[in-house]
Design a protein around this ligand. Structure first.
Ligand SMILES: Cc1cc2nc3c(=O)[nH]c(=O)nc-3n(C[C@H](O)[C@H](O)[C@H](O)COP(=O)(O)OP(=O)(O)OC[C@H]3O[C@@H](n4cnc5c(N)ncnc54)[C@H](O)[C@@H]3O)c2cc1C
Length: 465
């Protein structure tokens, strides 16, 4: 057992999802890494008491998992979701594929992912894990970190050549940047919207809804989604304002919560036998986003994942983006091993436009999922887009595909989303489009669209054949 002051090349704060990933990547480069987590080791508690929370994992996340050799194990427990299953207010159900045939994102258990990452990290000879250590202060100049050890109740210290803040939304390292760098700016925003997790349990070991889809009940100012779990259950997340009409504040009694579900989610209510109990006991959690700059302090410290760029969860990319951060940072530190200041500078320069772009896309996707997925004009656009994806794969790529099924920079996906929207606006404005759309000459329409774009500024790379 190590004793304080824990010297190492690299100190990583936070053993959530991003911390163990970057820790492993750097340990494999031969660096000694200490990973500090404020909570107890989640592998020591009983999993039975934990609620099952799941995340959508896509291409960028898989790449990082493959880099540390965990993709095979995770794939065995992951459930493919090939598209959105929309439960419209009138009871109509429709299915919108996410990509081309066979393309899917995956539902994975967050706690399983966390445990597997920790097991794998612990097996690294150059990496040490310390739980129950809350970082309370970071001296960025001296590279000295203060901790509270929750097991002993005593203060401890650690030092290193580099500090990585993978300590999430309330990052202690970001707080040190705020205290130390006069030029540091940080905008932490809470949406009006909060979320509550609920469950559709398995019935006889089986899923009660189609398991290979992400289910959405869009209702304008609020919505519910459900992702499948491997045990036959679904984790549902209800997103809704805290106060006002159709808000959590109005649903404080069992009767009101059930009546609300009966009115707005009548097909889900019979599948949720403990709705009232869960509604009472599960918390309402705020949705927070973080935009801050800079992420780096010379060659000494860097923020990663949610600590640097927490975003609203509506593109299912927070963790995927955090894993992609790790991939890039690991590569740049290896390339510039003699000059970490330059490596961190390059990291921030390359990554910031992409982090801003995925945060923007996530917010736009919230508007799309909550307000438009049940709208007839929007559904028609989606139908046309699916047709373009299927029939003209060389001509058309959706922004969702670029984000979820490719490694193209997020900024490219944002630019593509804007270009595609312009094209679909143009098509949607054609007379009698409802009946004409399957018969249009899309290659020639797309060619004209591209010509008009290149006359202006030139199309984004992803649009070019
Ligand atoms: C409702 C919801 C749904 C989501 N769905 C998806 C999805 O489908 N797909 C997706 O990719 N992303 C999703 N996300 C986002 C994803 O959860 C986050 O982006 C991801 O967890 C970020 O990982 P992280 O390691 O940066 O932070 P975290 O997972 O928050 O980990 C930070 C760790 O640091 C520890 N810590 C904090 N402070 C200290 C300290 N002072 N000292 C030591 N340790 C500390 C914490 O205990 C924690 O373990 C969702 C988020 C929400 C809220």
């Amino acid at each position: 057992m190590n004793t304080p002051p824990y010297p190492a090349d690299v100190c990583v704060l936070g053993a959530g999802l991003v911390g163990p990933m970057i820790g492993m990547m750097l340990a494999r480069q031969g660096l000694s890494v200490n990973l500090f987590e404020r909570r107890a080791d989640p592998r020591e508690g009983s999993p039975a008491g934990n609620r099952s929370i799941n995340l959508a994992l896509s291409c960028r996340g898989w790449n990082a998992l493959a880099a540390v050799g965990l993709d095979g194990t995770i794939r065995q427990a992951a459930i493919p979701m090939y598209g959105r299953a929309i439960h419209a207010a009138g009871g109509r159900r429709s299915f919108q594929p996410y990509g081309r045939e066979g393309e899917s994102i995956f539902s994975v258990s967050r706690s399983l992912l966390n445990r597997l990452l920790l097991d794998q990290a612990e097996a690294e000879p150059n990496l040490r894990l310390y739980f129950d250590r809350q970082c309370t202060a970071v001296d960025l100049e001296a590279l000295r970190l203060d901790f509270h050890n929750a097991r002993t109740g005593l203060p401890e210290q650690a030092g290193s050549r580099l500090v990585i803040g993978a300590d999430g939304i309330a990052s202690a390292l970001r707080h040190a940047f705020e205290q130390t760098c006069p030029a540091f700016t940080c905008r932490r925003s809470n949406l009006e919207l909060a979320y509550k997790e609920l469950t559709i349990p398995a019935a006889g070991g089986q899923w009660q809804l189609e398991p290979n889809a992400l289910h959405i009940w869009p209702r304008g100012a609020f919505m519910m989604i459900a992702l499948p779990n491997a045990d036959g259950s679904f984790t549902c997340t209800l997103f809704m304002n805290r106060e006002g009409e159709n808000a959590f504040a109005g649903l404080r009694t069992d009767d009101r919560a059930e009546a609300f579900f009966d009115r707005h989610f009548p097909d889900a209510l019979p599948l949720m036998p403990d709705l009232a109990g869960e509604f009472r006991s599960n918390p309402e959690t705020s949705l927070t986003s973080v935009r801050c700059a800079p992420w780096t302090y010379g060659g000494k410290a860097v923020l990663l994942g949610d600590a640097a760029h927490a975003m609203v969860p509506f593109y299912g990319q927070g963790m995927n983006a955090g894993f992609e951060d790790c991939h890039l940072l690991g590569r740049l530190l290896a390339e510039d091993a003699a000059d970490w200041g330059r490596a961190l500078g390059r990291f921030e320069q390359i990554r910031r436009p992409d982090a801003n772009a995925i945060a923007e896309l996530s917010y736009r996707n919230f508007l799309e999922m909550s307000q438009k997925t049940a709208d007839a004009a929007f559904l028609l656009r989606k139908q046309i887009e699916a047709h373009l994806c299927r029939q003209y794969p060389g001509w058309w790529t959706s922004a969702y595909s670029l984000v979820s099924f490719s490694n193209a920079p997020y900024a490219e996906a944002l630019a593509l989303s804007e270009t595609n929207d312009k094209f679909l606006d143009q098509i949607a404005g054609l007379e009698n489009i409802e009946s004409r759309w399957p018969h249009l000459d899309y290659p020639s329409l797309l060619r004209k669209h591209r010509e008009s774009l290149s006359a202006a500024a030139g199309p984004p790379a992803a649009l070019a054949q």
